[in-house]
Design a protein around this ligand. Structure first.
Ligand SMILES: [Zn+2]
Ligand SMILES: [Zn+2]
Length: 361
């Protein structure tokens, strides 16, 4: 494959300023590969970063910055010492690569690496950590370089577009696994956005007896179409009361909070059973969200925080392959890189009943 010297990239040059530019194609270092990016899914975190919503955590760390972290593509060049992948491999990427040396990484918790940000981009220490699309250059370009530990081979029957949702479905699945699914039990999912719709299908795949989706509007209809057993429109009825009714007053076995609404964690704790679990998978606009601590205490509710998608990519790619997650049905729009701003607008403002919007660089 002939690789050009220059490539198109969509860069963030300041908050709310995007610019399509021509930049050099990066070169893979030892343990890295160069990928031709085929599909990049827009994530809820992308518009937030564009608007400066992650200044508190220093994303992006510099300008101009290439965002994009939910991607799939093809390997076109190998760096020194790469033996686990070959040119031509179809791969999906993870955003996080841990340093591999700290205590958290050694225990498999690489999305909460203790050496976060030590990637050497500013001339500081490079301890091997990468956070592609957030703290290190991402996929909104024709090419990007990745460490092979960020990559997973895509099953033959899964398209690049669907595989680009490996990250999104993985974020859902990490939370689902942390909460735990009771086979034959009742699972509740708050928020029928892309992550919630994946979580709902994953609960079913893990043997939940009944999955209840809480949301509203067209997305709630989508949840029904994708197999939610009960859909509760919170604008029309009280979800806490309804779930208690449906479970004989006992409550749900586990709750996946994917909505990010300020009052959802409170509701989740009120509709989960004694000794049930609540996974907080969403991020919150207002970080000071209320939790009913006495209910949590007296009912021995287990609340778990869930950060990104460690150790779940192989599983979610299999879910896409078998149809346990109906990936194609989540993708409502695709755009070329040139129309990135329009794509973000349609995704962010939920125009045209958008769910997942995918870019083709
Ligand atoms: Zn994402
Ligand atoms: Zn680490």
């Amino acid at each position: 494959m002939s690789i050009p010297k220059m490539m198109k990239a969509m860069t963030l040059t300041a908050y709310d300023h995007l610019e399509l530019v021509s930049v050099p194609v990066p070169q893979p270092g030892p343990g890295e590969v160069l990928c031709r990016i085929k599909s990049v899914a827009i994530c809820g975190s992308d518009p937030k970063m564009i608007h400066g919503g992650y200044a508190f955590t220093n994303w992006p760390p510099y300008y101009p910055f290439i965002m994009g972290h939910e991607w799939a593509g093809q390997i076109v060049a190998l760096g020194e010492g790469v033996e686990d992948f070959k040119i031509g491999d179809r791969v999906a990427g993870e955003a996080h690569v841990g340093c591999g040396k700290c205590d958290n990484c050694k225990r498999g918790h690489y999305t909460v690496c203790l050496n976060y940000g030590h990637d050497g981009h500013d001339g500081g220490l490079d301890l091997g950590h990468r956070h592609y699309g957030f703290y290190w250059q991402g996929a909104n370009a024709e090419y990007n370089v990745y460490k092979t530990s960020a990559l997973h081979r895509i099953p033959d029957n899964v398209s690049y577009d669907v595989a680009s949702m490996c990250d999104c479905a993985g974020v859902a699945f990490h939370g689902v696994q942390l909460a735990g699914v009771t086979p034959g039990g009742t699972s509740v999912v708050f928020g029928p956005g892309p992550i919630g719709l994946c979580a709902m299908q994953e609960c079913k795949a893990l043997g939940s007896g009944r999955v209840i989706m809480i949301g509203r509007g067209k997305k709630l209809e989508k949840a029904r179409e994708l197999g939610a057993d009960v859909c509760i429109d919170f604008e029309k009825e009280d979800p806490v009361q309804r779930v208690l009714e449906l479970t004989g007053g006992v409550g749900a076995d586990e709750v996946m909070e994917c909505s990010g609404a300020a009052d959802s964690p409170m509701k989740a704790c009120k509709l989960v059973r004694k000794t049930g679990s609540v996974a907080l998978i969403a991020t919150y606009h207002d970080p000071d969200v209320l939790i009913p601590v006495n209910t949590v205490n007296f009912n021995e509710i287990r609340i778990v925080g869930s950060k990104a998608n460690p150790n779940v990519s192989e599983e979610v790619l299999n879910f896409f392959s078998t149809g346990a997650i109906q990936g194609e049905k989540l993708i409502t729009h695709t755009f070329p890189l040139e129309e990135y701003e329009k794509a973000v607008d349609i995704f962010e403002h939920k125009k045209e009943n958008s769910i997942k919007v995918v870019i083709h660089p």
